[in-house]
Design a protein around this ligand. Sequence first.
Ligand SMILES: *Cc1c(COP(=O)(O)O)cnc(C)c1O
Length: 463
Amino acid sequence: MNAKQELLSSLPSVDEVLKSPYGEDWLRTYPRRYVLSAVREVIGLKRKKILEGTAPVTSVEDLAPDIEVSVKRLSSFSLRQVINATGIVIHTNLGRSVLSERVMENVRRVAVGYSNLEYDLESGKRGKRYVHIKRLLREITGAEDGFAVNNNAAAVLLCLSTLAKGREVIVSRGELVEIGGSFRVPDVMGNSGAVLKEVGTTNKTHGYDYESAVSDATALILKVHQSNYRVIGFTEDVPLEMLVAFGHGRDIPVMYDWGSGCLIDLKPHRIYSEPTIQEILRSGVDIVTFSGDKLLGGPQAGLIVGKRELIDRIERNPLTRAVRIDKLTLAALEATLREYLDEEKVRENIPTLGMLLENPASIKARAKKIAALLRRYVTDASIALIEDRSQSGGGSLPEMEFKTYAVSIRPEKISVNRLEEKLRKCEPPIVARIQENALIIDPRTITTEQVPLVVKGVKEALR
Ligand SMILES: *Cc1c(COP(=O)(O)O)cnc(C)c1O
């Protein structure tokens, strides 16, 4: 036997590895299928190396570290928590709103047991899932009635399908927007079976544009929040109150897709110039739709509030069943809405609002801490504390930029793109942005508990 054959025959078999203390430990911790794949993969690689003449040692101990890495990689969850170092609070790609522990406790209570989801405990009869949020929606928004579906895109689709299928919906050309993630007003309209009747121009739409578009085929007037897009300069649109007066004078209901929505008045925080839901409803608008996971700070959902008679019709549309909200989301939504009963504390209790409204001085304290720790532990990069701006994200508050303090990292031995990539691939993954050849860590969206993880991630990525 030559040396290679000797080495090959000394390679442990899959069975031997599995029966070793390492193997037993892996089988206790990881799915059997992944342990097997990892063991086979590593033995296969070793065999190849022996044949190439580059693998001197072959005991189970020698193979264990590689198997461990491989089985961990195979077994890790696909959907997992990441650290958002972008400072973008409502980051659609990173899951939009973060839920509080209190909200999650309620989700847990509902999820691990049976619930009265569609069961009326008073009468002992079948009930409706929407009752669990109806009173809260009335109390918080002041609307006559309301309910929730899977997301705001579904809410808009459902309302259009119910109120305008086969008939015309008048929308200003300035509001035919596309919102990130392929929500396009004309496409949603097409899918609902309603016919889009565009009026005005991109920058200007007047009352008389609506006037000349009305016909017997008109079923609805729709106003759409422009979300992450603005027309500035020589512009004009018809205010909601005027549209409502116009529509009601002709027996046409008026709907407002409010997009991000926001149930607290942000004017005292001097960051929001738009009307509150109470002001919007005071205009007499018939239906308002908005997202659950944007400024509301709850789970993915689409809320529909407005006149009872219309809400009733929308709820009875068979399509409602196809876009209905699931019980876990409903539990999260009820708990989120409850936080709004206490206006004083809502900012503390809803993470999205807390992060958006955080005082720059307290963000600065976290930034300083991160910068100081990095300066202590890393040598191959220049670290600076900078004043910067964060965005709210999610198409909300587009013209608002929030003053923040961030840590800027300029690596000296690797490129900034390489650093960004390594952070994305570390555990837990850290997502940060690149700005002018530096990596920016914005602590607005990083909790105090995550600070050491960020420091550790950067330290290891630069090594
Ligand atoms: C975000 C948004 C939507 C889509 O809402 P989802 O909850 O993401 O489905 C629709 N309309 C407007 C104006 C929006 O801003």
